[in-house]
Design a protein. Structure first.
Length: 67
């Protein structure tokens, strides 16, 4: 499954790498929303996917900080 492999990759990264990936995902989400507002976005499902990836990254960051 893609999500379990993605989670394994996230858990293997350090907190600094996760923070960088979180910033990149938030920038991507902003750009996708901007494209959607200007009717330039073809794949609207990508917005939902990026939002969930942001939540996954934040969850792994929380898990690491509590451990």
């Amino acid at each position: 499954m893609k999500t379990s492999r993605y989670l394994e990759e996230l858990r293997a990264k350090s907190e600094a790498e996760l923070a960088k990936e979180l910033v990149a995902a938030k920038k991507e989400l902003f750009n996708l929303r901007f494209q959607n507002a200007t009717n330039q976005l073809d794949n609207t499902a990508r917005i939902k996917e990026v939002r969930r990836n942001i939540a996954r990254i934040q969850t792994v960051i929380t898990e690491k900080s509590r451990a």
